[in-house]
Design a protein around this ligand. Structure first.
Ligand code: ADP
Ligand code: MG
Length: 254
């Protein structure tokens, strides 16, 4: 099987800090991959590198068989690579629906929208786009608050809305940076359920978090980062039993 994403010997230094060091991992089609590690381990930097927000010092990123190293974020979105940010990036004074619509129309996408935009009349196209957005909102559990201003939502809903904006671009790979951070147990479960649904729609997902339980129940495989380098990769079961992981990471938590 050819990996959807192949990260090879990726490295990034900030001054004296080697934020990411010789990082290697793959994401298979249909996979939910977790990236875990303590604060400062390099998780966000890895996502920034893959999503084109920053350029690597060295290494290679291959997506769907093509070298995309150093490619601009908007071009990556067009190819189907989207990400969310650790802090929510929503328009607080716009409605939930307007926020999701922005996600769909400020990005370029494959299939989905463009197919009917090219063939149907403009009015019909707008109606169908509206229907697709309503469907996405329902899917996210946001229908009832679709016309509310984003700032009026509880934090958990704002995080889900952040997911919705990214998903409106119809990605093939969605990278979620701490999607459950700051959420209650129930809210985190809802986020996990949304991630599983995305995944069932044939979207591969990278989930970054520092909560081993959240990652373990959600992900097929986990990459453990430690000081910017890969410490271990495997199934949640393997990784949580790995003595190196227990010593370096779990050991510091308990
Ligand atoms: N833009 C930046 N400038 C300088 N240092 C940075 C920058 N981004 C990240 N770092 C440093 O790189 C290391 C990894 O950070 P980060 O990737 O944010 O870790 P994580 O997301 O795992 O908490 C940290 O030491 C952090 O301070
Ligand atoms: Mg981070």
């Amino acid at each position: 099987m050819t990996a959807l994403l192949d990260v090879s010997r990726l490295a990034k230094r900030f001054g004296a800090v080697q934020a990411v060091e010789r990082l290697d991992f793959q994401v298979e089609p249909g996979e939910i991959l977790g990236i875990i590690g303590p604060n400062g381990a390099g998780k966000t930097t890895a996502i920034n590198l893959i999503s084109g927000v920053i350029r690597p010092d060295s290494g290679r990123i291959t997506f769907a068989g093509q070298d995309v190293t150093g490619m601009r974020p908007d071009l990556l979105v067009r190819r189907g690579v989207v990400r969310t940010f650790q802090a929510t990036t929503i328009y607080q004074e716009r409605t939930v629906r307007e926020n999701v619509r922005r996600g769909a129309f400020t990005t370029a996408y494959r299939g989905f929208w463009s197919t009917f935009l090219g063939t149907a009349g403009a009015r019909a196209a707008a109606r169908r786009a509206g229907e697709a957005i309503d469907e996405l909102l329902s899917w996210l559990g946001l229908s009832e608050v679709a016309d509310a201003e984003a700032r009026s939502l509880p934090y958990g809903f704002q995080k889900v809305l952040g997911l919705g904006i990214a998903l409106a671009a119809r990605p093939r790979l969605a990278m979620l940076d701490e999607p459950a951070a700051g959420l209650s147990h129930d809210e985190a479960n809802h986020v996990a359920e949304v991630v599983r649904r995305i995944n069932r729609e044939d979207v591969s997902v990278i989930v970054v978090d520092h909560n081993m339980r959240f990652i373990s129940t959600l992900c097929h495989r986990i990459v453990v980062l430690h000081h910017g380098a890969e410490l271990a990769t495997g199934t949640p079961q393997d990784v949580t039993r790995d003595p190196r992981v227990i010593e370096a990471y779990l050991g510091t938590q308990h």
